[in-house]
Design a protein around this ligand. Structure first.
Ligand code: MTE
Length: 296
């Protein structure tokens, strides 16, 4: 089995997550003392980081196959450099960025977020990235911009899974503008302090921690600000199962399984799923007045 991993990570560095935690606790406490509002909240007490091994070998990235092991086996065909990201639509300053220009321009922050997949498993991942809001502010959305549409690379040579019709290609996702501007919403280019492995969505992906994992689109080539709610891959392929909002909601079952509990990868016992994946205090107000059973 071929497991893709940056060759320069010593095993000692990637396995000792307790040490990583202590460092994070210290930095978190320092940041708290300085009252930096952008510094994230750490996951709840007692939550351990998922291992680098699990984060990079148990993936959903259908462009490389539908088995959890397929992305780590096959994503070596993706070429994450050179890479352009086109930002366009209802903005005053459309621009085609080189991905390294973006990474240089916006200081990288480390954010430990839970990722909860719609398939009822979850992980705790130390991402490296920056708020999507920083980039969006720089391109100056017009008053017509109401939603943000994201598109993954479409290149069946680099992404052989696109030769099969399991999903409509390219993979697309979307957020309402206020969700996109929320400080928890990140553009991510690394994890565990290293560049993002291909199977996790190199070179640039979205991470929206209060929504089911499929909203966190990988290997982005286009960000388009639009007036109307854009189509999204999973709601196009199974509209009765996947809605546009897809906020983590234990009270709304998937038509084929319960969403009340989840299995944390690396653990045996299942835990209760939290509303908005545990980020309710920070994001619930975005949905005031919406019926989240109907608008799932
Ligand atoms: N993005 C693209 N382009 N293609 C995909 O198949 N899968 C989604 C999301 N982003 C997917 C994608 C799903 S279902 C999940 S749960 C997360 O990526 C998984 O991210 P991870 O493999 O880094 O944990």
């Amino acid at each position: 089995m071929l497991i893709k991993r940056p060759p320069d990570i010593p095993t000692s560095e990637i396995t000792d997550e307790r040490l990583f935690w202590r460092r994070r606790d210290f930095l978190g406490a320092m940041a708290g003392a300085l009252a930096l509002h952008l510094v994230p909240r750490l996951p709840q007490q007692g939550e351990k980081l998922t291992s680098f091994e699990d984060i990079t070998t148990y993936n959903n990235f259908y462009e490389f196959g539908t088995d959890k092991k397929d992305p780590s086996r096959h994503a070596h065909t993706l070429r994450p450099r050179p890479w352009s990201v086109r930002v366009e639509g209802e903005i005053k300053k459309p621009k085609v960025y080189d991905v390294d220009e973006v990474i240089r321009r916006y200081p990288a922050q480390e954010r430990v977020y839970r990722l909860r997949c719609v398939e009822a498993w979850s992980m705790v991942i130390p991402w490296l990235g920056f708020p999507l809001a920083s980039l969006l502010r720089d391109v100056e959305p017009t008053s017509n911009a109401k939603f943000v549409a994201f598109t993954t690379l479409h290149d069946p040579e680099q992404m052989p899974g696109q030769k099969r019709g399991v999903l409509p290609w390219p993979y697309v996702e979307g957020l309402r503008l206020d969700e996109a501007m929320h400080p928890l919403t990140l553009l991510v280019h690394g994890l565990y302090g290293k560049p993002l492995p291909n199977q996790n969505g190199a070179p640039l992906r979205l991470v929206v921690p209060w929504k089911y994992g499929f909203k966190s689109i990988k290997s982005i080539v286009r960000i388009r600000l639009v007036r109307e709610q854009p189509p999204t891959t999973w709601s196009m392929s199974a509209p009765n199962e996947y809605g546009f909002y897809s906020n983590v909601n234990p009270d709304v079952d998937h038509p084929r399984w319960s969403q009340k509990r989840e299995r944390r990868i690396g653990e045996l016992r299942r835990r209760l799923t939290l509303p908005f994946n545990g980020y309710a205090d920070q994001v619930a107000s975005l949905y005031t007045g919406m019926d989240l059973r109907r608008t799932f």
